[in-house]
Design a protein around this ligand. Structure first.
Ligand SMILES: Cc1cc2nc3c(=O)[nH]c(=O)nc-3n(C[C@H](O)[C@H](O)[C@H](O)COP(=O)(O)OP(=O)(O)OC[C@H]3O[C@@H](n4cnc5c(N)ncnc54)[C@H](O)[C@@H]3O)c2cc1C
Ligand code: FES
Length: 322
């Protein structure tokens, strides 16, 4: 039996189990998810998706429905594909296309709220039912008096849920965390959500984080084996967090501060200044970018200019989520 995570284009996520020899389409249909199909013979491409993680048999299909270059990049026809291991499949449409309702929120208790730096809160939640997410994904957290915001899991799946929240003066979540939030409070969250996750593969990993954009990268790094370089940017020394976790992961970490204290030995300036040095001459890398949109745009443009294909650049933009 293979466990398969289906990630939809609207950030919705569903988990299914696939029996040996069952196609992904058959497995999903058995569990109430009627993936878009037409011919079911590998000819029309209606069921085309992308398998980003996992081993699979692609089955029989026409080259016109799935050209070789797409198949080499993980393209699959779900009416033909049989999973040989757990995996992740990304679908090019949202839940609405299948007439499926969004996931229901679950209740959670606040375990801890700490102001870990002048501009940063750490929030730890214990959900009533376990939440099975991929490192890199996020939760939509609802406050008791209304309003909801998106936050990336900073801890790997399997325990309490940890989040790092940048303090924004006057912000709904920021002011709740800075003010009335207490251990024992109850709230609701919808999770997992999001397309940001680690891809399997042999390439070295380059991560670029701006501010709290480091949070999902910490979750990804925890427990991961293999070489990784992590570039971390922040405004001030005080804004940095997660250094203990980074040290534990064995990743090569390079720091950039825009406004460093006297005696700072890391880079002074933007985190994107560090990309050129961090790339191997071949440009062979799987890149993960997370943080403010302006940082992501600059990092992506730089990577592409240095020859990294778009398909190997994965990003989560911390847009205002009100
Ligand atoms: C997928 C996703 C994951 C996210 N994960 C994290 C995370 O792990 N940690 C984290 O700190 N944030 C994260 N964010 C941003 C987060 O959802 C909130 O937008 C942010 O924390 C502000 O919430 P607030 O209630 O404190 O402020 P709000 O009440 O939403 O806003 C207060 C003021 O700040 C502005 N503002 C809101 N958000 C931002 C922003 N991101 N950048 C600049 N100005 C902003 C608003 O326009 C408004 O003027 C994520 C966003 C997305 C979409
Ligand atoms: S439904 Fe036509 S190729 Fe799968």
């Amino acid at each position: 039996m293979a466990t398969l995570t289906l990630i939809f284009a609207d950030d919705a996520v569903r988990r299914i189990e696939a029996e040996p020899f069952e196609t992904v389409h058959q497995a999903a249909q058995r569990q109430g998810i009627d993936i878009l199909t037409d011919c079911r013979e590998g000819a029309c491409a209606t069921c085309k998706a992308r398998c980003s993680t996992g081993d699979y048999l692609p089955g029989d299909y026409s080259d016109e429905a799935l050209p070789d270059d797409e198949a080499a990049a993980g393209g699959v026809l779900l009416c033909q594909t049989v999973m040989l291991s757990d995996g992740v499949v990304e679908l090019p449409y949202g839940l609405e296309a299948l007439d499926l309702p969004p996931a229901a929120p679950v209740a959670a208790e606040v375990v801890a709220v700490d102001r870990v730096a002048a501009s940063l809160h750490r929030l730890v939640l214990r959900p009533e039912a376990p939440i099975d997410y991929l490192a890199g994904q996020y939760a939509r957290i609802e406050l008791a008096d209304g309003g909801a915001r998106a936050y990336s899991f900073a801890s790997p799946p399997g325990g309490d849920l940890e989040f790092y929240v940048r303090h924004l003066e006057g912000g709904l979540m920021s002011e709740w965390l800075a003010g009335p939030a207490r251990a024992g409070d109850r709230l609701r969250l919808t999770a997992p959500l999001g397309q940001f996750h680690l891809r399997a593969g042999p390439r070295p990993v380059l991560m670029v984080a701006g501010g709290t954009g480091l949070a999902p990268l910490l979750a990804m790094l925890d427990g991961r084996v293999g070489p990784a370089t992590v570039l971390v940017g922040a405004r001030r020394r005080d804004d940095l967090f997660g250094e203990d976790i980074l040290a534990r992961t064995g990743a090569e970490v390079r720091l950039a501060l825009e406004d460093p204290p006297p005696g700072w030995r890391g880079h002074t300036g933007r985190v994107t200044d560090l990309i050129a040095d961090a790339l191997s001459p071949s440009g062979e890398v799987e890149a993960y970018l997370c943080g403010p949109p302006a940082m992501i745009d600059a990092a992506r443009a730089d990577l592409v200019a240095r020859g990294v294909p778009e398909a190997r650049i994965h990003a989560e933009r911390f847009l205002p989520s009100a």
